[in-house]
Design a protein around this ligand. Structure first.
Ligand SMILES: NC(=O)c1ccc[n+]([C@@H]2O[C@H](COP(=O)([O-])OP(=O)(O)OC[C@H]3O[C@@H](n4cnc5c(N)ncnc54)[C@H](OP(=O)(O)O)[C@@H]3O)[C@@H](O)[C@H]2O)c1
Length: 265
């Protein structure tokens, strides 16, 4: 049975720009009510203005802060009564070898890319389980299935997030709550500019880029069809398949992609 996105209350982290913002637009166009959160409140307000009216609630939220998470969820429930769909989207990366990755960057990636999505899921699960419906959508990455050098720590956080999706899905079997793992490949957002680079150039995988709107369409489609896993891009699927056949071949391919990039679309 399909999931009814229309009228669902969708709570999105990292909605001020990029994939999160595009998801907010796509869910709102599908008839959902959206709670858009991020640290940049001005951006959220402009998004709310763009979407118009009562179906959007902007909330300033640093998702790594437990007190802010609790307050944001309370505000969302006060306004819309519930949270039906959680989109764990906020994320950040450092381009660096493991040797050169500063400890505070490791902390930041672990808390933002992994601990925060887990905490958000824990916070919304009781109401979803009680209602017998709901969705946790985790925006992971193709590098969660096959790490890329000089983004190794980031890749590790996304691998852990993907694993979290898999385990949580099994735990929730029979509850009516879906867990959907989305693995975008390189997407045209500010991600590569906002990322920190230590001693290395931003990996040239950034050359192959998809639009955030395309990712958002895939997210809303996966929500409707209650998909488990979506890997965006042929390259992403190819590398996952390659890894199943030969770890050595997959490692070599990612090594060369990180070193020389992929042809532009
Ligand atoms: N772009 C890609 O190539 C790509 C590929 C695969 C996966 N992904 C994943 O897709 C997701 C979205 O990335 P994007 O490409 O849209 O990147 P982006 O344009 O840099 O957007 C990141 C979003 O996360 C928010 N954010 C960052 N730190 C936050 C914090 N502490 N608390 C709350 N929000 C925070 C940012 O808003 P504020 O700064 O306003 O807080 C922003 O809205 C990430 O999880 C990323 O890992 C991206």
């Amino acid at each position: 049975m399909k999931y009814n996105v229309t009228d669902a209350v969708v709570f999105i982290t990292g909605a001020s720009r990029g994939i999160g913002r595009a998801c907010a637009v796509a869910f709102a166009r599908a008839g959902a009510r959206v709670v858009v959160t991020a640290r940049s409140f001005d951006e959220l307000q402009s998004l709310a203005k763009q979407l118009g009216g009562s179906c959007v609630l902007p909330i300033q939220l640093d998702v790594t802060d437990a007190a802010q998470r609790e307050l944001a969820l309370r505000q969302a429930r006060q306004r819309f009564g519930r949270v039906d769909v959680l989109v764990n989207n906020a994320g950040w990366a450092t381009f660096a070898t493991v040797e050169k990755t500063p400890p505070e960057h490791i902390e930041r990636m672990l808390s933002l890319n992994l601990a925060a999505p887990i905490a958000m899921a824990q916070a919304v699960l009781p109401e979803m389980i009680a209602r017998g419906s709901g969705q946790i959508i985790n925006i992971s990455s193709v590098v969660g299935a096959q790490a890329i050098p000089r983004m190794t720590v980031y890749s590790a956080t996304k691998a852990a997030l993907t694993s979290f999706s898999t385990g949580l899905r099994m735990e929730l079997r029979g509850t009516g709550v879906d867990v959907i793992n989305i693995a975008p490949s390189s997407t045209r957002t500010d991600f590569f500019e906002v990322a920190a680079s230590v001693d290395v150039e931003a990996t040239r995988i950034a050359k192959t880029q998809y639009s955030p709107q395309r990712v958002a369409r895939a997210v809303v489609g996966a929500s409707r069809r209650r998909k488990r896993e979506v890997t965006l891009s042929l390259e992403g699927n190819a590398i996952s398949l390659m890894r199943r056949c030969s770890h050595r071949l997959a490692d070599m391919t990612m090594y060369w992609i990180a070193r020389f990039g992929m042809p532009s679309k």
